[in-house]
Write a protein that binds this ligand. Structure first.
Ligand code: MCN
Length: 777
C-alpha cells in the first residue's frame, strides 16, 4: 500500500491508533517476489561447500573411516573426521539444554567420535569447491561399522534387555520430572465416582520448513572473528551455543540471520551443520556454506513430540473432575533433551487445561533411543499436554453421558489469577465466554442433534477442545533509534521467520512514538548490531520484544519532548505532543516536529542539561507468564469403507489478549491449525526396529497440502493480560495445541456408536478403517 496504513479502522477502539489494525504485512512483497535473501542465496568470493557423510546404521561402533578416495577427488579442499576435531583446539561437542532438569546429558559431537547412535548422524565432512563435487566425494568415503542392536521406542528402551545408549544411563532414562501432589492425586482419583483411563501416543513429527537448515561461515584471520550467516530463530542463542561448541568467546562471533523460510521450533536448535561449517571455515580460511537437503532434514533435523502417556481422570456423578494422574515417557532421541521433555514447566504445568482440578500429578521420563534428536516443534510440550487433558475430558464426557461442552463448562476456572494444581498461575481469562462464543459460531446445538450417519452412510461426529497456552518468557531487548531526519530504526533480539514482526513492531512504535508508520524500519537478526537477545519461540516475541520496543519508544518520546521544550522555549510540562507535532499553546504559537527534535538531538543546539542523541534500549523482562486460551470446534464425517475423515467444519476461537494486528493473528491461528490438523490426520515419523527412518521423504511423510486443510472459521475474544503494558499474550502456537484433540475428539464421537473409545494419531484412513473393522468383528 503506497499510501501506508490507515489508523483507526473497524478493529481499533482509538481512531489514532495502529495497534488493533489489520495492517498489511510489509514484508510480504519481498518474500513473494523472490527478492528476499535466504542463507543459501548468499555468495562470497572463494565460497566452498560443505557436506556430511552420515551414518547408515542407527547404532554401532565405528571401525574404520577411509577418506583416501574422497581426498583425491577433484575440487576437494578437506575431509574431516572426529580425529581432526580432536587434534584441534575446538571442543566440537554441541551443548544440550536441560531446561532445569536434574541431569548431565552427553553433548552431541559435531562428527561422531567412535560410536553412532542414530541413522543420519554426521560421521565425516567434506569441503569442496562445488556442492556436487563435495557430494560425490562424500559418497567416496568408506565407513565400516560394528553394528549394535537399536531401540527406537521409549518404553521398550527402558526394558532390562534393551540396548543401552550411554553407560551412565543403563535404563536409557536421561531424566525424570514430577509435578503436582502424587498422594493427593491418587486419593482424589480413587475417591471419584468414576475413572476413565486412556493410553495415548503423541506422534513424532518432523518439522518441514520450506527452507531447510543452512549456514555460511567466514573466518576473518585479521580480526580473528567468525561470522556465521544462519537460518536461525535465535541469533544470539546460536552465538552462545557456537561459542561453546567452537571454544570461541561470544565477543568474537557474529551471527547474522537473513530471511528465514520457516522455523517451527527446529531452527532454534543447534545442529552440527553450522558448527562443522564454522570449523571448516576457520581451518581453511575460506568461506564455507552448508545447506541441508530435504532428506537430511528428515533424517537428522531435530524432530518433535513423541510422547507415550497413560492417564487417568476421576470424575464424580455430577461431572466434577476430582483428579488427573499422568505418566509420560518422552522420547528424546539419541541426544536431544530439554526441548523434548517439553520442559517440565511447559508440558506438565498445562495439564489442567481450563479446568479447576484440585489434584493433578504428572511424572515424565525422558528416554534416549536410537532415533534423531528430538527438540521442540511448534507448541513444544503444550500440544502434548493439552492432548492428554482434552482427550481425557472428551472420553469422560462420552463414558458418563455428558454433553462434552457441559462437562467442560462445569469445571472451567472462573476467577483469575488462578493457580493450578500443577503450579501454573493463569493471569486472566474468560473461559466460559470463549466456550459459549465458539459453540454459537459452530451452531453446536445443531451439530449435536445430527443423525449418527449421513445419507452416504458416513459416521458424523463433533468434537471440541479447550486449551490454555503459556506464552512469552525471559528477557528481550528492544532498541528505538531516531535518526537526525526523524526516521526511526527499531531493533529487537527476536527474529521473525514468518510472523511479521516488521509490521507489528512498527505498529507498536508508531503509536508510542507518534511518528508515521512508514518512517519506521524494523531490524532483527544481527548479533553485532543488536544488544543481547533471546529469540523467537514459545510465542514470546510480541510480549517480550513488543513490550521492549514499546518501552524504548516511550523513553524516546519523552526525550524528544525535552528537546522540543528547548526548541519552543517552553517548560517541558507545558509541551503537548500530537500527530508527530510538539506545541506549547500557553507559551508560544510556534510548533516543531518530531524530526526537528531528532535533528536537535544530534546538532549543536543540545541544551546543557540534556544528553545528546535520541535513542533508548530496553531489556524487558517478563515476570509472569501470559496464558492464551480458546476453544476449537470440529465436525467430521468418517467413511466406514475407507476410513477417510472429512472435516466438514472447523471453528477456532482464540483469545490472545490485545491483538496488535488481528489479520496476522488470524494467519498465525490458521497456520497453527493446519499443522495441528497435519498431526491429527497425516503426519508421523516411522522408524523400523533397526532404527532406519522409514518416513525419510515427502513421499512417505505426509505433510498436509492446502487441499487437506479445512476452511477455518476464526473467531476471537479479547481479554487483556495484566502481565504487560500492551496487554498482549502470544498466539504463534495456539492452533497446534487446540487442533489435535479437537479433531480426534470429533472422530471418536463419530465412531462412538461402534463402541470405539480411542484411535491414535495420525488418523490415517488405514488406521481408522482398521479400528472400524476390529469393532465390527
Ligand atoms: N500478534 C499480535 N497480537 C498478539 C499476539 C501476536 O498481533 N496479541 C502477532 C505478532 O506481533 C507476531 C505474530 O502475531 O507478528 C506472532 O506473535 P507471537 O505470538 O508473539 O509469536 P512469535 O512471534 O514469538 O512467534 C513464535 C511462534 C512459534 S513458537 C512458532 S514455532 C511459529 C510461529 O510463531 N513458527 C512459525 N509462527 C510461525 N509462522 C510462520 N509463518 N512460520 C513459522 O516457522
Amino acid at each position: 500500500d503506497p499510501e501506508g496504513p490507515e489508523a483507526g479502522g473497524a478493529d481499533s477502539a482509538d481512531p489514532d491508533r495502529l495497534v488493533g489494525e489489520g495492517v498489511d504485512r510489509r514484508e510480504d512483497a519481498a518474500l513473494l517476489t523472490g527478492d528476499a535473501t535466504y542463507t543459501d542465496d548468499i555468495d562470497h568470493p572463494d565460497l566452498a561447500y560443505h557436506t556430511f557423510v552420515r551414518s547408515e546404521v542407527a547404532h554401532g561402533d565405528i571401525e574404520r573411516i577411509d577418506t583416501a578416495a574422497a581426498e583425491s577427488t577433484e575440487g576437494v579442499l578437506a575431509v574431516y573426521t572426529w580425529d581432526d576435531v580432536a587434534a584441534s583446539e575446538v571442543p566440537g561437542v554441541l551443548p544440550i539444554s536441560t531446561h532445569g532438569l536434574d541431569c548431565d546429558p552427553p553433548g552431541h559431537p559435531m562428527l561422531a567420535r567412535d560410536r553412532v547412535r542414530y541413522q543420519g548422524q554426521p560421521v565425516a565432512a567434506v569441503v569442496a569447491d562445488d556442492r556436487y563435487r563435495a557430494r560425490d566425494a562424500a559418497d567416496a568415503v568408506e565407513v565400516t561399522y560394528d553394528s549394535r542392536p537399536a531401540v527406537v521406542d521409549q518404553r521398550e528402551a527402558q526394558g532390562t534387555d534393551a540396548p543401552t545408549l550411554y553407560d551412565d544411563a543403563p535404563d536409557n532414562v536421561a531424566a525424570t520430572a514430577e509435578l503436582g501432589d502424587r498422594e493427593a492425586t491418587d486419593e482424589a482419583v480413587a475417591d471419584a465416582d468414576h475413572t476413565v483411563e486412556l493410553d495415548l501416543t503423541n506422534n513424532r513429527l518432523i518439522p518441514n520448513a520450506l527452507e531447510p537448515r543452512a549456514a555460511v561461515a567466514r573466518w576473518d584471520a585479521g580480526d580473528e572473528r567468525l561470522t556465521v550467516e544462519l537460518t536461525s530463530q535465535s541469533p544470539h542463542g546460536h552465538r552462545g551455543k557456537l561459542s561453546t561448541t567452537l571454544g570461541l568467546p561470544e565477543r568474537d562471533i557474529r551471527v547474522v540471520a537473513p530471511s528465514v523460510g520457516g522455523g517451527f521450533g527446529h531452527k532454534g536448535h543447534h545442529h552440527p551443520g553450522e558448527a562443522a561449517a564454522a570449523f571448516a571455515a576457520m581451518d581453511l580460511g575460506t568461506p564455507v556454506k552448508w545447506t541441508a537437503t530435504r532428506s537430511e532434514n528428515y533424517l537428522a533435523g531435530a524432530h518433535g513430540r513423541d510422547h507415550r502417556t497413560t492417564a487417568e481422570i476421576g470424575v464424580d456423578d455430577d461431572g466434577t473432575v476430582r483428579g488427573l494422574r499422568v505418566e509420560t515417557d518422552a522420547n528424546v532421541g539419541a541426544y536431544g533433551l530439554g526441548g523434548s521433555l517439553g520442559m517440565p514447566g511447559w508440558y506438565g504445568s498445562l495439564l489442567s487445561s481450563q479446568y479447576d482440578i484440585p489434584a493433578v500429578h504428572c511424572e515424565t521420563r525422558a528416554v534416549f533411543t536410537n532415533t534423531a534428536p528430538i527438540h521442540s516443534y511448534r507448541g513444544a510440550g503444550r500440544p502434548e499436554a493439552n492432548y492428554v487433558a482434552e482427550r481425557l475430558v472428551g472420553a469422560a464426557a462420552r463414558e458418563l453421558g455428558f454433553d462434552p461442552a457441559e462437562l467442560r463448562r462445569a469445571n472451567q476456572i472462573t476467577e483469575f489469577p488462578h493457580e493450578t494444581a500443577v503450579g501454573a498461575t493463569y493471569d486472566s481469562g474468560d473461559y466460559g465466554r470463549g466456550l459459549d462464543e465458539a459453540l454459537d459460531a459452530a451452531d453446536w446445538a445443531d451439530l449435536r442433534s445430527r443423525p449418527d450417519r449421513d445419507d452416504d452412510g458416513r459416521y458424523l461426529g463433533v468434537g471440541l477442545a479447550c486449551y490454555v497456552e503459556s506464552t512469552g518468557g525471559g528477557m528481550e531487548s528492544g532498541v528505538v533509534r531516531a535518526h537526525p531526519d526523524g526516521t526511526v530504526t527499531v531493533s529487537a533480539g527476536t527474529h521473525s521467520h514468518g510472523q511479521g514482526h516488521g509490521t507489528t513492531y512498527a505498529q507498536i512504535v508508531a503509536d508510542e512514538l507518534g511518528v508515521d508508520y512508514d518512517a519506521i524500519e524494523v531490524r532483527e537478526g544481527d548479533s553485532d548490531a543488536i544488544p543481547q537477545g533471546t529469540g523467537t519461540f514459545g510465542s514470546r516475541s510480541t510480549i517480550t520484544g513488543g513490550n521492549a520496543v514499546a518501552e524504548s519508544a516511550r523513553a524516546v518520546r519523552e526525550k524528544a519532548r525535552e528537546l522540543a521544550a528547548n526548541l519552543l522555549d517552553a517548560p517541558q510540562d507545558a509541551v503537548e505532543y500530537d500527530g508527530g507535532e510538539f506545541s506549547a499553546p500557553d507559551h508560544t504559537d510556534d510548533t516543531c516536529t518530531f524530526a526537528d527534535a531528532a535533528e536537535a538531538a544530534y546538532g549543536w543546539g543540545v541544551p546543557e542539561d540534556v544528553d545528546p542523541g535520541l535513542e533508548a534500549t530496553t531489556f524487558f523482562e517478563q515476570e509472569a507468564t501470559a496464558y492464551t486460551f480458546g476453544t476449537h470446534v470440529v465436525a467430521v464425517a468418517v467413511d466406514p469403507e475407507t476410513g477417510a475423515v472429512d472435516i466438514k467444519r472447523y471453528v477456532a476461537l482464540d483469545d490472545c489478549g490485545e491483538r496488535v494486528n488481528p489479520v496476522i493473528v488470524e494467519g498465525q491461528v490458521e497456520g497453527g491449525v493446519a499443522q495441528g490438523v497435519g498431526q491429527a490426520r497425516y503426519e508421523g515419523a516411522v522408524y523400523a526396529d533397526d532404527g532406519t527412518l522409514r518416513t525419510d521423504s515427502m513421499l512417505d511423510y505426509a505433510v498436509p497440502r492446502s487441499f487437506h486443510v479445512p476452511e477455518i472459521q476464526t473467531e476471537s475474544t479479547v481479554t487483556p493480560s495484566p502481565t504487560n503494558d500492551l496487554g498482549v499474550k502470544g498466539i504463534g502456537e495456539a492452533g497446534t495445541i487446540a487442533a489435535p484433540p479437537a479433531v480426534v475428539n470429533a472422530v471418536c464421537d463419530a465412531l462412538a456408536p461402534l463402541g470405539i473409545a480411542h484411535v491414535d494419531m495420525p488418523l490415517s484412513g488405514e488406521r481408522v478403517r482398521s479400528a472400524i473393522r476390529d469393532a465390527e468383528e
